[in-house]
Design a protein around this ligand. Sequence first.
Ligand SMILES: [Zn+2]
Length: 166
Amino acid sequence: MSISFLPDILPPLEDGVCFICDGSGIDYNDQHCRTCQGKGRAMVRRWPAEANFANSNAYAVMAALGIEQSPGGSVPHSGLPDILRRALIVLNDDRAASQHTRPAWSVEGGWAGIAIRETGNLSEIVHMGPVIRSTGLDADGLRDRVRSVVEVVEVAHKLGVGITWG
Ligand SMILES: [Zn+2]
């Protein structure tokens, strides 16, 4: 799951690479792509700027920029200067940035207990529950993402519109 930040405009549809099959003509179920009828081309919208992050990172960026933490939303043109002010603080102040980072973590496999698997006349003890890892978000990673949103904000500012995300 991911969230995209965009200038709040609806660009016209134009001929482009099919966004469902990525131009292959075969969709994610290994079926003939119905969106483009297998041609690999479809009408698409191209935004002049876009920043796309995994949900957890998008929420960290929203918090750092002082905007509503939600899966979808918008900030009007008049709210853009506040976002840029917050971005400057996060980009220049280590303490401000560190409030929105999170450490990497992992859980060892086997956390869901054991099961006994019978194969023929063999019994095997199986440890259930996979290893789970989260990559975390350090200050550099946060700042790279904040800079990407600043690019979207600057394009929106020039176009006289706000930003939207979802
Ligand atoms: Zn397609």
